[in-house]
Design a protein around this ligand. Structure first.
Ligand SMILES: Nc1nc2c(c(=O)[nH]1)N[C@H]1C(S)=C(S)[C@@H](COP(=O)(O)O)O[C@H]1N2
Ligand SMILES: [Mo]
Length: 393
């Protein structure tokens, strides 16, 4: 006998080489149910976030409750985080099916092929959503496409593929959820008939725990009392006034313009312009409001702001309170350099050009000399270093 003869023959593994007792529809369906819940929450809250960031939406984004966006965007990130371990476990329980030999008969082959394509779309879009979402939370943009538009479009693809998948699998899902976790009734041929190192119950418990840890370690970015255990929360509670800073004045190249003695905020309406110095703004009636900054990237923080009501400024130039207002920053480049305030917010008594945070003069990084702050509004639209208001009605 030569060594060559002893060389194992190379054989492509197939479905039946994977015999773990854990890879059962009884497990897959249970994990899948919670994955479906997580994706459902992420989808609904994502649509809300997209709506909140759409300029001139067909249906005005509500201005109350003022903490609404803080909650929905916190849920968005928490459900996305929980989905990561759920998706990994679910894929692990089904992946031997990838190696199933395609059926021979043409009709069966067609159905098989279609099912494969729908699963490929679902898996690819789900991984894409979680990966881009997590990268966004980490403020890491290693791509060139527009994040919000792409994340939003792929969400519809994922949800569509998810609905098809659930419909196709509904009989199996119902049967699997309806029978005992340890039932072998729906197992693949050749699967082991008893537990190995881990019971199904232990696998599920570990999975729920992993999802819980994923939520707790990221949720501190929005829930103050979780902050200390939130090791993966990108934003701490640090920053002037206990409010994190997303982008500094230096990063946005506004230090000179914001600290210049020549600083004015210009209000343009109907071909006329009025301008106000910081001293002018300080001399106007001041309003204090408790409104959170709720960043699209998942962190949020409550804060108390003091400043001039936007509608008071509109009144000074003779513009109606329910105007459309384009708020422009001193910042010259970047998507956050302007935002639109819709009529329902422009007239709102808590929509302010804030001059103070927690009673102290606004720090340069929080938007000195003044920043926009309005209720129930995505953080990215709370424009800092405001230089110009363009009113149209
Ligand atoms: N001009 C300008 N305004 C801006 C930004 C910016 O980069 N430039 N960042 C926005 C984002 S993404 C958020 S979450 C909030 C954060 O405000 P803070 O840094 O004061 O916490 O400001 C918003 N306003
Ligand atoms: Mo943000």
């Amino acid at each position: 006998m030569t060594l060559l003869d002893q060389r194992p023959r190379v054989r492509v593994p197939d479905e039946h080489d994977f015999t773990s007792w854990l890879r059962s529809p009884a497990v897959t369906a249970r994990v899948g149910l919670w994955l479906g819940v997580a994706f459902g929450i992420a989808f609904v809250t994502g649509v809300i976030s997209h709506w909140g960031q759409t300029p001139h939406p067909w249906l005005p984004f509500p201005s109350s409750p003022s903490w609404g966006y803080r909650v929905t965007q916190g849920l968005h990130v928490a459900s996305g985080s929980a989905a990561v371990p759920l998706l990994l476990v679910k894929l692990w329980t089904v992946f031997p099916k990838l190696l199933a030999r395609p059926p021979r008969a043409l009709g069966d082959l067609l159905v098989h092929g279609l099912e494969r394509v729908s699963i490929a779309v679902l898996v690819a879009s789900a991984i894409f959503q979680l990966a881009t979402g997590l990268a966004n939370v980490a403020q890491w943009y290693p791509w060139h496409f527009h994040f919000r538009a792409t994340h939003y479009a792929v969400a519809w693809v994922a949800v569509g593929a998810l609905l098809v998948h659930v419909m196709v699998k509904l009989p199996l899902i119902r049967a699997a959820l309806g029978s005992d976790l340890d039932s072998r009734a729906h197992d693949r041929r050749g699967a082991a008939d008893g537990p190995g190192v881990l019971t199904r119950r232990a696998l599920l418990r570990t999975t729920w725990a992993a999802a819980g840890v994923a939520v707790l370690t990221t949720a501190g970015a929005s829930v103050p009392w979780l902050r200390r255990i939130s090791v993966l929360g990108v934003r701490s509670g640090h920053g002037p006034g206990g409010v994190p800073v997303n982008h500094t004045a230096a990063e946005r190249a506004v230090v000179a313009a914001a600290t210049s003695a020549a600083y004015r905020v210009v209000v343009a309406y109907g071909g006329r312009e009025a301008s106000y110095s910081l001293a002018d703004l300080r001399a106007m009636p001041q309003t204090t409001a408790s409104l959170p900054i709720a960043c699209v990237e998942g962190w949020s923080a409550g804060a108390t702001w003091t400043g001039v009501r936007l509608r008071d400024l509109l009144a000074l130039v003779g513009a109606p309170a329910d105007s459309d207002v384009l708020v422009r920053s001193l910042q010259r480049a970047g998507g956050e350099r302007y935002s639109y305030v819709a009529p329902n917010l422009a007239s709102h008594p808590q929509t302010l050009l804030a001059l103070r945070l927690h009673g102290e003069s606004l720090s340069l990084d929080h938007g000195f000399p003044c920043r926009l702050i309005a209720p129930d509004r995505p953080g990215v639209l709370q424009t800092k270093w405001v230089g110009r208001l363009e009113v149209s009605s």
